[in-house]
Design a protein around this ligand. Structure first.
Ligand code: XMP
Length: 499
């Protein structure tokens, strides 16, 4: 094999992840001892190097909560109003291990038919009843199987059968999980509504969920309250109000979201955030060259997001003919940024765990994913069937659909009459829940590191720099050989789709 500097510095080609392969080396440690702790930005560390993209079909509260519970982080998109983004950040911050922070609530005038429908679709049996039918408003009662199972007339209103609040055991939101558990045990309750001092519903604890409760030892904590959460902002004047509001809501880190981040607008926004919210780390991007990186580092960014046109839904390279092959971009920018201790996020083009291994081995500290996560339960939107497969919608933030909802500033289309799409929309297959998918990716990455004889991300970066980490370029035939080939499927075989 060759050192990365031989491969990337003496050729005229830009390489993608699939063009290169890592050489194996001696293994002297078990796979469990591979350490994937890393830096997201100058002052923010993570236990796993995985980040979900600020896209409106990828990261809202559920995804950001799931990613942080597992040791990574999610960036909440900004294709929404300031109030919506603040609410989504708040949902992540309100998460406490074991508490259901967004229980399915109903209105007192709802009928038992609605309960039946939700039960059919989502399997829930018990519902807190609140004044507005939403969390955050006054708790009026609880409707559980006991209350509604034997009622024949399903058009009956819930208010007529629910157990009223006056007869419920409730607990205050200042309680710890252990204290709440004790109350449930003592009163033999299956559900415990948690309310604030104004008797507004804040969350719910469910005994069956507690039994299923896994431990999340890696979860991403802040020094203050709650889980770590990131958010995206743009560079418009209105984004200045957004920054103040999301900072107040407790966001821990922001990314200035742009398809071409080396601009006066971005540097002005960075300066503004540093002036008004100096406690926040700011990630700038997207960029793909050292010249772009130099300007943003000189301007004071805390992290860089690398990738232009590599994303699965991107058409930037075709429409604008500007961008760079992702492996080359990650290598060069990371090498430069390392001199200033600025971590790099390799953003886009990750379609399997091997791509994550390569991004980290080429100098990135974390990887950001869109399509790989858009098919999980935690991504916004519902599953549906297409050609016999369970899928979810996924769209580029530069697609016409997404830009119509507001993301056009990412593509500098703000005041233009003619909108030029730089992304497309489509569907991605069901990947289950991030609670199993992320640990699967992490374990695969650990195996990749072990095969290369590398025990941690920092060791990979050292080996990259001193040339002991070796790579080769794959020919088209080698690429074919490395994938599944010459295989037919039979009923029950794992098929030709690699996970
Ligand atoms: P993956 O490959 O993970 O890529 O789906 C996600 C990343 O792609 C970027 N992105 C876009 N790039 N047009 C583009 O050129 C778009 O419409 C678009 N939407 C998202 C973004 O960096 C994201 O993290």
């Amino acid at each position: 094999g060759h050192s990365a500097s031989t491969i990337f510095s003496h050729g005229i080609f830009g390489y993608t992840y699939d063009d290169i392969i890592t050489m194996p080396d001696h293994i002297s440690f078990p796979v469990t001892s591979v350490d994937l702790t890393t830096k997201l930005s100058r002052n923010v560390s993570l236990n796993i190097p995985l980040v979900s993209s600020p896209m409106d079909t990828v990261t809202e509260s559920r995804m950001a909560t799931g990613m942080a519970m597992l040791g990574g982080i999610g960036f909440i998109h900004y294709n929404n109003t300031i109030e919506e983004q603040v609410w989504k950040i708040g949902n992540v911050k309100r998460w406490k291990n074991g508490f259901i922070t967004r229980p399915c609530c109903l209105h007192p005038d709802s009928t038992l038919e609605e309960i039946d429908e939700i039960h059919r679709e989502r399997g829930f049996n018990s519902f807190p009843i609140t004044e507005t039918g939403k969390i955050g408003s006054k708790l009026l009662g609880l409707a559980s199987t006991r209350d509604h199972d034997f009622i024949v007339d399903r058009s009956t209103k819930i208010k007529d059968i629910m157990t009223p609040a006056s007869e419920l055991i409730v607990a205050n939101s200042t309680l710890t999980l252990e204290e709440a558990q004790d109350i449930m045990k003592k009163h033999k309750k299956g559900k415990l509504p948690i309310v604030n001092d104004s008797f507004e519903l804040m969350s719910l604890i469910s005994r069956s969920d507690l039994k299923k409760q896994r431990n999340y030892p890696l979860f991403s904590k802040t020094s203050g309250q709650g889980l770590l959460v990131g958010a995206a902002v743009g560079t418009r004047d209105s984004d200045r109000q957004r920054i103040a509001a999301i900072s107040e809501a407790g966001v821990d880190i922001v990314v200035i979201d742009s398809s071409q981040g080396d601009s006066d607008f971005q540097i002005e926004m960075l300066n503004y955030i540093k002036r008004t919210q100096p406690q926040l780390d700011v990630i700038c991007g997207n960029i793909v060259t050292v010249r772009q990186a130099r300007r943003l580092i000189e301007a004071g960014c805390d992290g860089l997001r690398v990738g232009m046109g590599a994303g699965s839904i991107c058409t930037t390279q075709e429409v604008c003919a500007v961008g760079r092959a992702q492996a080359t971009a990650v290598y060069h920018v990371s090498k430069f940024a390392k001199q200033f201790n600025i971590p790099v996020i390799a953003d886009g083009g990750i379609s399997n765990s091997g791509h994550i291994v390569k991004a980290l081995m080429l100098g990135a500290s974390t990887v950001m994913m869109g399509s790989l996560l858009a098919g999980t339960e935690e991504a916004p939107g519902d599953f549906f069937f297409q050609d016999g497969m369970r899928v979810k919608r996924y769209r580029g933030m530069g697609s016409l659909e997404a830009m119509a909802r507001g993301s056009k500033t990412r593509y500098f289309g703000d005041n233009s009459k003619i909108m030029v799409a730089q992304g497309v929309s489509g569907t991605v297959i069901d990947r289950g829940t991030v609670k199993t998918f992320i640990p699967y990716l992490v374990q695969s990455v650990r195996h990749g590191f072990q095969d290369a004889g590398i025990q941690s991300i920092s060791q990979a970066h050292e080996a990259l720099e001193n040339g002991t980490l070796r790579f080769e370029i794959r020919s088209q035939a080698a690429l074919k050989e490395g994938g599944i080939h010459g295989l037919h499927t039979y009923e029950g075989s794992s098929g030709v789709e690699k996970r």
